[in-house]
Design a protein around this ligand. Sequence first.
Ligand SMILES: Cc1cc2nc3c(=O)[nH]c(=O)nc-3n(C[C@H](O)[C@H](O)[C@H](O)COP(=O)(O)OP(=O)(O)OC[C@H]3O[C@@H](n4cnc5c(N)ncnc54)[C@H](O)[C@@H]3O)c2cc1C
Length: 284
Amino acid sequence: MQKISQRYIVGATLEQAVQRMRSLNRQGFGVTVDVLGESIANLTQAEAGVGAYLETLDAIGAHGLDATVSVKPSALGLLLDPQYCEQAVGRIVQAAEDCGTAVCIDMEDVSCTDMEISLFNGLHAAGRQVSIALQAYLRRTGVDLERLLAHGSRLRICKGIYLEQPQHLVPGAQSDRAAINPYFLQHVERCFESGTFVSVATHDAALIRQVTALAERRGVARSQFEFQMLLGVCEPLRDRLKEQGYLVRIYLPYGNDWYGYSTRRMKENPAIAAHVVKAMFLRR
Ligand SMILES: Cc1cc2nc3c(=O)[nH]c(=O)nc-3n(C[C@H](O)[C@H](O)[C@H](O)COP(=O)(O)OP(=O)(O)OC[C@H]3O[C@@H](n4cnc5c(N)ncnc54)[C@H](O)[C@@H]3O)c2cc1C
C-alpha cells in the first residue's frame, strides 16, 4: 500500500513537498497542498495539524512558491469543537494571507456540508482569502452554489468522493460517474456567468472537453478559471491542458497520514490500484 501511495503522495516531510512544489512550479503548474492528517481524536492532534499548515505556509512564502493550501475542517477539529476549528482555520488563513496566498476548504461528507459552508461564509464575510469546494454529485449543490455566488465566493467544483446515501445524490450518480457530468457542467457555467473565479477539479477528459468548449463559446478568459488534478493522476491530460495555455493546479498531499488518503483513492478507483500493483510486480 505504501509503495502504491507514493505515486499519489509526495512524501512524509515538508522538505519533500517543497522540492516537488518547486519542480511543478518550474514546469508551469500551480499547486495546492494538503497536509495529511485525517482522523483525529482530540484537539491536540488538531493543533498539530494547524502547526504543520503554518510551517508549510512559512515555506511557501520563504521560497516564493505558487501554492495555495487545502484544508479538511474535520482534521482541524470541526466535529470535536466547531469554535476551535473556526479559529484554527482562521489562523491558517491569516498565515496564508501573510505570504500572499489563499486557502481552499475541501468539502467532506454530508455530515459536514452545512458546517463547512457556514465556516466558509464566516471567513468570506470577514473579507478573508478563502474558497470552498462544492460536490456536483449532491442534489443540494445547485442551491448552495446560488447562495455562494450571490456573495461573490470563489469556488472549486468537483464530482465528490465520499460514499453517500442515494437520497443525497443526483439521479444516476450512484452507479454512473458520467451521470454527474451535466450537473458539474451546469455549475461551472453558473460560475462563468457570475464572473467568479472557478477551479474545475476533474480528470474526466470528456467533461474537460465540455468545459473548454463552454469557455470558448462564452468567451471566458483563461485567467477566469483553472483545472485542478490530483498528483500522479492522468498526467498526460494535465500536461496537454497546460501546453494549450490553460491554468492547471496540482493537488499535492504530503505528510505521515498517507493511509487514509491512499485507501480513499483506491476505493475510488480500484482498477487503477490494480494497474499500479501489476506494474510494481512486473518491474521486479
Ligand atoms: C484538485 C481536486 C480537489 C478535490 N477536492 C475534493 C473535495 O474537496 N471534496 C470531494 O468530495 N472530492 C474532491 N475531489 C475528488 C473528486 O470529487 C473526485 O472524486 C475525483 O476527482 C474523481 O472524479 P473525476 O472528476 O476525476 O471523474 P471520474 O468520473 O471519477 O473519473 C474520470 C476518469 O479520471 C480518471 N481518474 C479519476 N480518478 C482517478 C484516480 N484516483 N486515479 C487514476 N485515475 C483516475 C479515470 O480515468 C476515470 O475514468 C477533488 C479532486 C481533485 C482533482
